[in-house]
Design a protein around this ligand. Structure first.
Ligand code: KG4
Ligand code: ZN
Length: 347
């Protein structure tokens, strides 16, 4: 069954053709990121306008790259939420129009669940149950997945999402947006010398809290580098050093290590609590090299299977939406033309 997936929840306008929920025939992603960079984050109005301008061309490209015609499509899957309401509506309107014109079924897909599906894309059969970890720019959650419809929330962030923490710390360090990939690259270059930051301790809870570490980095930078009027000449000179790569790299590496420690600890506790030997990871932060390494190490040590998305499927894309949409449709789940955007949809 040929599924056309459409994703427009944030700043990526994406369309993809996937065969039987498994084989990616095309995966087109056009990002408006460069338009947001100067603002240090995604500006909803700019993202929405870019989706309107790009959606036709991205969809056409997905079809032509897959060597199929629109009339060959048998199912339309579209991100329903969570995300920016105006952005979601562009994708949903496009999906509804195609569904109506072709008289093919439509299925609305949860973006966070689709991120987990990304790790299982191409596999013959997903093995249930599993512990799912979603670490993206807007969400951080641990779930126990019994099948594609039955999910139990085990824990979520109390404040910032993991990607948000990376982005905010990058902002503190003047590194640019999005911060995750930059911090990852700088941390990799530093070796073992890392600045120590505290980890949040939420006891036995499987929730996360990342705002404390962000504040710890902020105060560390203020204390050590930001030259106020009262500070000595040497102190001001140190501020210059913050631009110097070594100081920044050590902070980036220390922050990243703390983030990864907190995430891996909760994943291990979730596996223990649910007696699970299988973990599926998704979302933009799953691209982080240290997180991937540490999860795989943990898996080897405890004989837990770890599923990570390929690099192309870590960030927002429509292949994961088409894939999960197909699985839902096979189970009898589909949407009517009343489908509407759910900006605050939970996992
Ligand atoms: O899943 P995603 O593409 O968008 C949302 O659904 O939110 O995730 C984007 C997030 C951004 O916060 C970005 O900084 C983060 O993923 N990210 C990373 C890395 N690559 C992207 N975080 C840490 N390390 C990376 N290598
Ligand atoms: Zn996402």
């Amino acid at each position: 069954m040929l599924t056309l997936g459409i994703e427009t929840s944030c700043d990526e306008t994406a369309a993809s053709v996937v065969s039987n929920g498994k084989k990616i025939l095309s995966n087109i992603i056009s990002s408006s990121l460069s338009l947001h960079k100067q603002y240090g984050g995604v500006v909803p109005e700019i993202a929405c306008r870019a989706h309107v301008e790009l959606i036709h061309q991205v969809t056409d490209q997905a079809l032509s790259r897959a060597h199929v015609r629109l009339k060959d499509i048998e199912l339309i899957a579209v991100t329903q939420g969570p995300g920016l309401v105006g952005a979601l509506l562009v994708g949903i309107s496009m999906a509804k129009a195609i569904s109506l014109a072709l008289r093919v079924p439509l299925v609305g897909v949860n973006h966070l669940k689709a991120h987990l599906y990304a790790s299982l894309m191409g596999k013959d059969r997903a093995k249930f149950p599993f512990v799912g970890l979603v670490v993206s720019g807007g969400h951080t959650a641990l779930v126990y997945v019994k099948n594609w419809e039955k999910w139990e929330l085990l824990g979520q962030t109390k404040d910032d999402a993991a990607g948000e923490a990376f982005d905010k710390v990058a902002k503190i360090l003047n590194l640019g947006y999005p911060g995750g990939p930059i911090i990852d690259r700088l941390a990799r270059a530093v070796g073992s010398k890392k600045t120590k930051f505290p980890r949040a301790d939420l006891g036995n809870s499987l929730d996360f809290s990342f705002s404390g570490i962000k504040t710890a980095v902020l105060y560390y930078v203020k204390d050590h580098f930001e030259g106020s009027k009262a500070q000595s000449a040497e102190r001001k000179a140190e501020k210059q050093e913050l631009k110097d790569s070594d100081a920044i790299k050590e902070i980036a590496a220390g922050f990243q290590e703390a983030m990864v420690d907190m995430i891996v600890k909760n994943v291990a506790s979730a596996c223990k609590r649910k007696r699970s030997k299988r973990v599926v990871v998704g979302g933009g932060v799953s691209k982080n090299s240290e997180l991937r390494k540490r999860l795989l190490e943990e898996g080897r040590r405890k004989q837990i299977e770890i599923y990570l998305p390929t690099s192309k499927l870590c960030l927002d894309n429509a292949a994961m939406v088409a894939g999960l949409g197909y699985q839902l449709y096979k189970r009898g789940v589909f949407s009517s033309l009343d489908l509407t955007a759910e900006p605050n949809l939970g996992i």
